[in-house]
Ligand binder design. Structure first.
Ligand SMILES: C[S@@+](CC[C@H](N)C(=O)[O-])C[C@H]1O[C@@H](n2cnc3c(N)ncnc32)[C@H](O)[C@@H]1O
Length: 284
């Protein structure tokens, strides 16, 4: 049975939809999307446990080894992971397409230990050389097709030192199937969000997420805005092929289920895959 709170939210959504001034649907590009939602990102992701995520990535880095401690965090967002990596001794550069996300990152305690740079993963500039590259929290899933993912992998390979390690997460097929049926509400005192997942019109793979956000300063007047996230699906053989084509040796792909890393992947059950690859040393 639906809760009373949900019914009220649903009515509110229907009323707002019929208002003359339709809500602005940002999402023309990932940069616009994240610039618009940046001020809310930390509150929206308040339940994510970055200590656990960063510790998991660090365990993988230690397990496979890296030539040094220069780390680039790809799609670093508001810096929650980047700052934790820096606190545990890495020399960190955080890269993101959204200047607003990075503005918030730079205001975080500990940000002075991180270098932040605005850059697009699809066209990475020369940011120096790194021993480790990480991408956590799904930045690669925002890339629209194989060409873009291949471009990103190639760009990262150009930044890695010989023997450098790449660790990234990517969503599973099962996650998208479940997520595309999501309808949920996140309620805070001054904000109410409706999350609606769907299959993307683009290719029927991956998932779209529309977030309708109602915010208030005084509890009386509510402003509505909307965001559209579009995630692509990259199957395991596609990722393996692109890694090979862009010069990596794939070391291992883990499955992530219920927060636990598993040595084998269950593409239906698992939430994500965690891919570990290396830029090989040139032959002597
Ligand atoms: C879900 S957020 C994750 C942020 C951060 N890694 C975390 O875990 O909190 C995805 C991030 O990827 C960034 N992103 C998406 N596409 C990108 C691209 N092509 N180039 C650079 N950053 C990108 C977004 O701006 C956003 O900050």
């Amino acid at each position: 049975m639906r809760s009373h709170a949900w019914l009220k939210v649903n009515e509110l959504a229907q009323k707002s939809s019929s208002l003359k001034s339709a809500p602005h649907l940002s999402g023309d590009s990932v940069r616009d999307l994240y610039d618009a939602l940046a001020v809310n990102y930390d509150a929206d992701t308040r339940r994510n446990d970055y200590d656990v995520w960063v510790a998991m990535y660090q365990r993988l880095i230690s397990r496979y080894g890296a030539p040094g401690n220069r780390l680039v965090d790809l799609g670093s967002g508001t810096g929650k992971a980047a700052i934790r990596f820096a606190a545990s001794g890495y020399a960190v550069t955080g890269v993101d397409i959204s200047p607003e996300m990075l503005r918030i990152a730079q205001a975080r305690p500990g940000a002075e230990r991180v270098r932040f740079a605005v850059a697009d993963l699809r066209r990475l500039p020369d940011l120096g050389e790194f021993d480790v590259a990480v991408a956590l929290g799904e930045p690669f899933d925002y890339l629209r097709n194989e060409e873009e993912l291949g471009g990103a992998l190639r760009g990262v390979a150009n930044l890695l030192a010989p023997g450098g390690l790449l660790v990234f997460d990517i969503n599973t097929h099962g996650h998208y199937e479940r997520f595309s049926r999501t309808l949920s509400v996140d309620e805070r005192e001054d904000m109410l969000m409706i999350w609606r997942g769907s299959r993307p019109a683009r290719d029927g793979k991956g998932a779209d997420l529309r977030v309708d956000r109602f915010a208030t300063d005084d509890g009386t007047t509510w402003r509505r805005s909307a965001e559209l996230h579009s995630w692509s699906y990259f199957a395991p053989p596609t990722v393996s092929r692109l890694l090979l084509a862009t010069g990596y040796a794939e070391l291992h792909t883990y499955g992530l289920f219920d927060g636990e890393l598993n040595a084998s992947v269950d593409e239906q059950r698992d939430r994500k895959r965690i891919v570990v690859a290396r830029k090989p040393e040139p032959p002597r």
